[in-house]
Design a binder for this molecule. Structure first.
Ligand code: BES
Ligand code: MN
Length: 456
């Protein structure tokens, strides 16, 4: 009988209730980007605060920020503990559009076989609950000789704009030895993963303005430059034929990959076929000279996230649109700074957009990428925990997604993060029919139980 078995048994016996609690949490439409959604945000924040209290945190607070509140909770054992772990989560979720592609209501979680469908089930209400329920399972068996803090924010999906100030003002409250961040997912249900790098982000909106109103394309076609065409021409120049980004100086600070890291990347169980299956595309694309996992984890990219111009309803309307807009973002790797990339983008646009139109570039959000320290004792505790549950040592991977808090806590609190997660690539995060694989989730709860015990 080992020290964890009581908590593991408790977690297994209570799985049904844990799923019911997660279903309640998913009910609140906490879409952070939606400006008139304060109710969904508030309800989710209050619910998670209440759940932390019921699960065993002695101190729980909901702290307002300039936008969405942060939930902070703390557990302290009766005898002073040496180590403090801060568990990070975000209760906000992405928008649900296009709604007609959902097979069931995004906020009424639907159980179907091994899956729970709903917005936030995987990214990341499910991951938050895995941590809270692991904590509950442990302390129902007796005290845990660790201080735990929970920081659950409501703005991650919009780039955590108020987190930096919050961390600066609340340094003492948040003081800790390590941050545990379960927002980074895993390679597959059989491949436990520790993520040691994330990309940063620089997100922009580009507007191209042509005539001061939509024009009849017959009466004016041939004498004015169509802003939709200018937008497409400009975008088409942002990559060269080798898939490289053409902004001036864009790669100057990008570190090249070491042969050791490349051979490590090469051993990960992520082949071309894996990505073809994940995406459904007929063929992969990307920067020449790098494997898919290298391009995702360690190379910067530029994506068009959305475009709008002119008449897009059904039927025909013969116009030259007054303007065209594109949302364009870049995933950055360590050393690339969002503000420098902004300058490079401005330079590119100045050189490439003709004088036949006017234009404007808005900055929406941004943050740098990061690489975390793999040799910390807490990383080893997590590796051991993942092996205890999955029976194989974890894979170490750099991920292409962004989680602003990781670089922020390093910069402001001086604390490292340990990143993992129990979400799968096929969970449809940010997309219709987001889902959580419940067997993997249950293993995740058990892995967090092992991890916390391994830290002692
Ligand atoms: N959990 C994701 C990021 C992620 C997913 C990292 C899978 C690693 C593996 C997170 O919630 C997310 O989507 N972040 C946004 C952040 C952005 C808006 C600043 C992202 O990456 O687009
Ligand atoms: Mn997300």
């Amino acid at each position: 009988m080992n020290i964890n078995s009581g908590a593991i048994t408790y977690a297994r016996e209570n799985q049904k209730r844990f799923i019911e609690e997660l279903t309640e949490f998913i009910k609140f439409p906490s879409i952070s980007t939606n400006p008139d959604n304060y109710e969904g945000i508030q309800l989710a924040a209050h619910w998670v605060a209440e759940n932390l209290k019921k699960s065993g945190c002695q101190q729980v607070k909901i702290i307002p920020t300039a936008k969405h509140p942060i939930v902070f909770a703390e557990y302290r054992p009766s005898l002073p503990a040496e180590q403090t772990v801060l568990i990070y989560g975000h209760y906000d979720v992405q928008p649900v559009e296009p709604l007609d592609l959902w097979k069931s209501d995004p906020f009424s979680a639907r159980l179907d076989g091994e899956f729970l469908y709903g917005r936030g089930s995987s990214d990341m209400k499910g991951q938050i609950m895995a941590c809270i329920k692991a904590f509950e399972s442990i302390i129902r068996m007796g005290e845990l000789p660790l201080n735990l803090k929970f920081l659950i924010e409501g703005e991650e999906e919009i780039g955590s704009p108020n987190l930096e100030d919050f961390l600066k003002v609340n340094k003492d409250l948040l003081s800790c030895d390590i941050v545990f961040n379960p927002d980074a997912g895993m390679i597959s249900s059989t491949a436990p993963t520790i993520t040691y790098g994330l990309r940063g982000l620089a997100f922009f909106e580009l507007f191209i303005y042509g005539p001061d109103h939509d024009l009849h394309s017959g009466l004016f076609g041939g004498i004015v430059h169509n802003p939709a065409q200018v937008l497409c021409d400009t975008i088409s120049r942002m990559h060269d034929l080798k898939g490289r980004i053409t902004l001036p100086g864009f790669y100057d600070l990008v570190e090249s990959l070491s042969p050791i890291e490349r051979s490590e990347f090469g051993r990960l169980p992520v082949t071309d076929e894996y990505y073809l299956e994940q995406t459904g595309v007929p063929s992969l694309w990307g920067e020449e000279g790098y494997s898919p996992v290298e391009r995702i984890g360690a190379r910067p990219t530029l994506e068009i996230n959305g475009m709008y111009s002119g008449f897009i309803n059904s039927g025909a309307k013969t116009i030259i649109p007054a303007y065209a807009m594109a949302k364009i973002s870049m995933r950055l790797v360590p050393n690339q700074e969002p503000s420098i990339v902004h300058r490079q983008f401005m330079e590119f646009l100045q050189a490439n957009i003709p004088e036949t139109v006017r234009w404007k570039l808005n900055v929406l959000t941004g943050g740098p990428g990061c690489i975390t320290n793999r040799s910390l004792s807490q990383v080893l505790s997590l590796a051991k925990a993942l092996e205890e549950v999955w029976g194989i040592p974890p894979f170490y991977k750099r991920e292409g997604g962004s989680i602003p808090v990781v670089a922020e806590v390093k910069k402001i609190l001086g604390v490292d993060s340990v990143l993992t997660g129990f979400g799968l690539p096929e969970d449809n995060i940010h997309a219709p029919n987001e889902r959580l694989h419940l067997i993997t989730w249950q293993r995740g709860i058990e892995a967090v139980i092992h991890f916390l015990y391994n830290l002692i």
